[in-house]
Structure formats: C-alpha cells, structure tokens
Design a protein around this ligand. Structure first.
Ligand SMILES: [Zn+2]
Length: 247
C-alpha cells in the first residue's frame, strides 16, 4: 500500500511563522512511511513564487518518484505573468497541479481576476486545488459552484474539505458535481467518516497540510475503521491515478 501526502508546503511564509524545510519533510516521510508527497509553495512565499517553484523542482529532482511540485502564484498578478509562470512549472518543471488560496491570496473565486486560475488549469490540463474553510467568505466551498459548472471538465479539489466548520458544504459540492474531489486535512475523524459514507472513497485523497499533522491524519483511518481497500485508495492509490504520479 502506497501513502501519498497530497498537501504539503515548502519554504517560508511572509504572512505566518511557517517554515517548512526539505529536511523536515524527508524526516516525516521516513517516520510515517510516506511513499511520496505533493509540495506547494506557501500562499505568500519568501522571496517569491518563481524562486520557490525552482526550489520545489530541485526537491523533486533530488527525490525522483517521491516528490512532485504544485504551482501556486498569487492571482493578483497580470494574466500574462500568471500564464507564463504556470506554463513554465507544468511544461518545463513537470508540476502536476495548480493551487489557489482564496483568502490568503485575496481572491474571491467569483471575481474576474480568479478566471485566469481556472483558465490556466484547463489549458494546462492539470487539476486545480482550492483552499476551503478558514478565511470566509472567500474560502466558502459554495462560492466555487459557478466555476465548477462553468469548468465542468476541470477536476477541482477542495483542500481541507471545508476544514470541519464547512465540511457539510464541501460534501454537498462533491455530491452534486462529479468534477469535485475532497482532501480532508484539518477535518476530524467524524467528518472523514461522513465523507466516506456520503461521497465515497473514490473521491477522497489524503493530505496533511503540515508536518505535525501527518501522524494524526494517518491515524484517522484506523479511528474510523476504514477497510483495507478504503485505506489503499484514500492514502495513496487515488492520488497516484488522479495526479498521474510516476511512482
Ligand atoms: Zn496548505
């Protein structure tokens, strides 16, 4: 059984005190038998997104078949700049998805300037991961409804699945739209049980969102009595297939 952490960050944030290094992640991979992880810049990376994308690319190159990059560019930048950097990351650096953080990047998913994010993911044919939960109203899962309908062929992951407080909304989204997937970091075991029962294991992917969350998040699969098949899909296989990871 493979374990893939689909939500990790690398680097230093300009907004929070977060500092996530390669060494921290490699030690967590060893301790918790992670077979791989998706590595994103933090939403306000120091010094800037392109520099962090290059650092993530090096991290991936140093750990082939174990680390994959995810693009995160603040959508406030001009459209040309956004597309150029997103294209460089996916086409040249081999990144597997694009991430958007509505609250920390001050981007209402309904706004005009958010359109470039959805267009870039569609054009580059990669899934779009959108933070949901803390930071309302921009981070409310329901604000994605018009985009999910408009971009019906784009696979959209609700990161944190509403993060406990808005998990019912995230579940309603996944139940109503086939192109919505859930990554339940920051949700409790009862919410994960609810997602398995209501949405189905095929649309769920494990993510921690931080080194201190890896152990507790993995422990949830035992707490809710997942079957061996459910563990295999949720912890790794779904993500390997969904992101096309060569492992
Ligand atoms: Zn995150």
């Amino acid at each position: 059984m493979k374990i893939i952490d689909t939500h990790t960050h690398l680097g230093t944030s300009r907004q929070t005190d977060s500092v996530h290094t390669e060494e921290i992640w490699l030690s967590k991979m060893k301790r918790y038998n992670l077979d791989g992880l998706l590595s994103y810049p933090l939403p306000s990376p120091y010094p800037d997104a392109p520099t962090m994308h290059d650092r993530i690319h090096k991290f991936a190159n140093d750990n082939p078949g174990r680390v994959w990059g995810v693009v995160d560019i603040n959508p406030i930048v001009d459209e040309d700049e956004y597309f150029k950097e997103a294209t460089r990351c996916v086409k040249e650096l081999g990144f597997v998805a694009i991430k958007m953080h509505p609250s920390q990047e001050a981007t209402n998913p309904l706004s005009k300037h958010a359109v470039k994010v959805f267009e870039a993911a569609k054009m580059l044919n990669v899934p779009l991961i959108v933070h949901t939960g803390p930071g309302v109203p921009y981070s409310l899962p329901c604000l994605l409804i018009p985009r999910v309908k408009e971009y019906s062929t784009l696979r959209i992951v609700l990161a944190h699945a509403g993060a406990f407080l808005f998990t019912d909304e995230a579940i309603i989204m996944a139940k109503n739209f086939d192109n919505v997937y859930l990554e339940p970091s920051w949700c409790g075991a009862p919410q994960l049980r609810q997602m398995v029962d209501v949405v189905g294991i095929e649309r769920l992917m494990f993510g921690s969102d931080g080194p201190l969350n890896v152990g507790p998040s993995i422990a949830q699969v035992e707490a809710i009595d997942m079957t061996d098949r459910e563990k295999e899909l949720y912890l790794g296989k779904n993500a390997i297939d969904f992101y096309g990871l060569k492992i």
